[in-house]
Design a protein around this ligand. Structure first.
Ligand SMILES: [Zn+2]
Length: 612
């Protein structure tokens, strides 16, 4: 084994031994010496049946009386060096007696199959076949699409981890494997086959399904190998890595793990020396460890490289005209809960998740898309006859649907869920005695953990309801006899929820809107403007008033600002999150029903509200 400054005659790992020499005579001597040494120990013995010999040399035509037979016709060829160990011949790597054609031409050493020509084509084919076998096995199982995707993520990829770590394959091979199975993954996820691949592989915070692509997985394993070799305690291994790094640096267009590792390492080092702000909490917040262990550093490097891939997926999304719609609202709304727990165990229909995923890129079978794909000639709305019937039109704009109260039904379903949560909260709040509803200064002992601090903060956060326990709640739902409380102010206006305390002369108004995600900001401004005169009039009447607008996206995405009113009322973070995931699901369920009914003018206006 040789590299610019590394030579090695012997490599050993546990009871596996490799001997390298320049010629056959030296090799026979080395084998004899090794055999003698093994016998001397009296506890160890060579097993000739398990040993393999391989020679490689130049077979020049002018040399007569050639002792060895070349394996191939090329000038440089492997050959059987006919080494003998304890009088028994050592087997050549090619084994004509083996029935399996792969095993006949390969030898497995320390978990890696070696080919006499040092080629990896057969290994690639073997990997491809085994991947397709795994995928077919999953395809034949009687489980739903998301369960199949779970098996892809945690079973199929894990089969690839070892070969991706030890073989020097190439990125294009990994991409090719991915291409072979992409259609199946999309079918399992229930998304259109022409939908962009990023929908499967973008992280959940970027509105994707969060699967790992085979190409990403290959890069991750190769980077892990690079880091293991680079950080090796053995100087020779470090030298070998450096020589490979120098060699690979010459390939300017090809992806090489050493080049990616260099860039990712530089980024990680920069971050460790000059930490930047994480999230919107300000400089210095979050868990920052300036002295990571080798394992932590390795995981930082791989995740940094994965960040680059995520960025390129987002950049690709930006370049798409139709499927980039999610970028319009990605900064202001929370992603839908697409955790495996929710996808598999929540009992929610997979059709809802499919609708949410596809609607986030507007890649749904709506009249305008069907025309674009060439299935139909017109893109008119079946209900109101509008020229271009987009998903946005169907779920929030169609005047016919509006007149049939389809959108009101969705709004009221969400409102009912909010009402139930607030009603329970206010009932339990009113049951406390006045002393405990008065805010107190809460002291935290020195040395308290950050978790204890957070708990203390949450349980003693000032609430708008403090200092009274005569709170009343009124909701504008179909079966409630809603009249704005005349003791506050006489008006025909109907904010969706009214919470008031006569004792404090304080009123909190909630207005809920379920616009399409594109219109969330506009809806907020519209509603605030609409109720500004009412809050003003209430203030003049001597009451303190607070107006909250809550927006819930029609596709099921909720703006982060919609958490705020519930936090102000004093609900715990977990309560607010649970409420948000419930209303997000209800909104998506209703919009899915509205979408399915968009080709029929019949609509039951007495339809029961959707509950969780
Ligand atoms: Zn319409």
């Amino acid at each position: 084994m040789s590299a610019p400054s590394v030579t090695s005659f012997l490599k050993a790992y546990a009871d596996d031994l490799t001997l390298n020499t320049r010629n056959v005579i030296d090799m026979q001597l080395a084998v004899d010496d090794t055999d003698r040494w093994l016998k001397w120990t009296e506890t160890m013995k060579a097993k000739p049946s398990k040993c393999i010999a391989l020679g490689c040399k130049l077979f020049a035509k002018k040399i007569k009386n050639e002792r060895f037979v070349p394996l191939t016709d090329s000038i440089y060829s492997p050959f059987d060096p006919k080494i003998v160990i304890s009088g028994q011949p050592m087997r050549f790597i090619v084994n004509p007696n083996e029935k399996d054609p792969f095993k006949a031409t390969h030898f497995k050493f320390l978990g890696r199959w070696l080919n006499p020509l040092l080629k990896e084509n057969d290994i690639k084919n073997r990997l491809r076949t085994s991947l397709i076998d795994d995928i077919d096995k999953i395809e034949q199982s009687k489980i739903n699409g998301f369960m199949r995707l779970w098996l892809y993520q945690f079973y199929v990829l894990s089969h690839l981890s070892w070969p991706f770590l030890i073989y020097d394959l190439d990125k294009s091979f990994a991409e090719d494997l991915q291409r072979n199975i992409n259609m199946k993954l999309k079918r399992w996820a229930g998304i259109c086959r022409t939908a962009e691949n990023g929908l499967l592989f973008r992280s959940r915070k970027n509105f994707g399904l969060g699967l790992t692509s085979i190409s990403d997985f290959y890069q991750k394993m190769q980077l892990t190998k690079c880091e293991l070799l680079r950080q090796s305690k053995d100087n020779s291994i470090q030298e070998l890595y450096k020589s490979r790094e120098v060699k690979n640096a010459k390939y300017s267009r090809m992806w090489k793990a050493t080049k990616a590792a260099t860039v990712a390492n530089a980024e990680v080092d920069l971050h460790l020396k000059f930490p930047s702000q994480a999230g919107n909490k300000g400089l210095g917040f979050g868990n920052f460890n300036p002295n990571p262990s080798l394992v932590e550093k390795r995981s930082m490097v791989t995740s940094k490289a994965m960040d680059f891939n995520e960025e390129s997926r987002i950049a690709h999304s930006v370049s798409l005209k139709q499927q980039s719609i999610w970028l319009c609202w990605s900064d202001s709304v929370s992603p839908f809960d697409l955790s495996w727990k929710n996808l598999i165990w929540s009992g929610t229909s997979p059709h809802i998740f499919r609708f949410v995923l596809s609607s986030s890129i507007n890649w749904v079978r709506t009249p305008n898309m069907l025309k674009l794909w060439g299935y139909t000639n017109n893109s008119c709305c079946c209900l109101c006859g509008a020229d271009k019937c987009t998903l946005h039109h169907i779920i929030s704009e169609c005047l016919f649907s509006l007149s049939q109260h389809r959108f009101t039904w969705r709004h009221d379903s969400v409102l009912k869920q909010i009402y139930q949560t607030l009603s329970d909260f206010i009932t339990s709040f009113n049951q406390q005695n006045t002393a405990s509803v008065t805010p107190q200064i809460h002291f935290v002992k020195a040395g308290a953990t950050s978790y204890q601090l957070k708990q203390a903060k949450q349980s003693h956060r000032p609430s708008l309801l403090h200092n009274a326990n005569d709170w009343k709640l009124l909701v504008d739902l179909p079966d409630c006899n809603y009249v704005f409380p005349p003791e506050i102010y006489g008006t025909s206006e109907r904010p969706d929820l009214v919470i008031w305390s006569v004792k404090l002369k304080k009123v909190i108004l909630f207005e809920l809107t379920c616009p399409a995600e594109e219109g969330i900001e506009a809806a907020k401004i519209r509603k605030q403007a609409k109720y500004a005169p009412l809050t003003e009039a209430i203030s003049i009447a001597g009451w303190k008033s607070v107006l909250f607008t809550v927006e819930v996206g029609a596709r099921g995405f909720i703006p982060t600002s919609s958490h705020h009113p519930f936090n102000k009322l004093g609900l715990r973070g977990t309560q607010v999150n649970a409420l948000m995931s419930r209303i997000s699901l209800i909104s998506a369920k209703c919009s899915y029903a509205i979408y399915l009914a968009s080709n029929s003018k019949a609509w039951d206006q007495q339809r029961a509200l959707v509950e969780n």
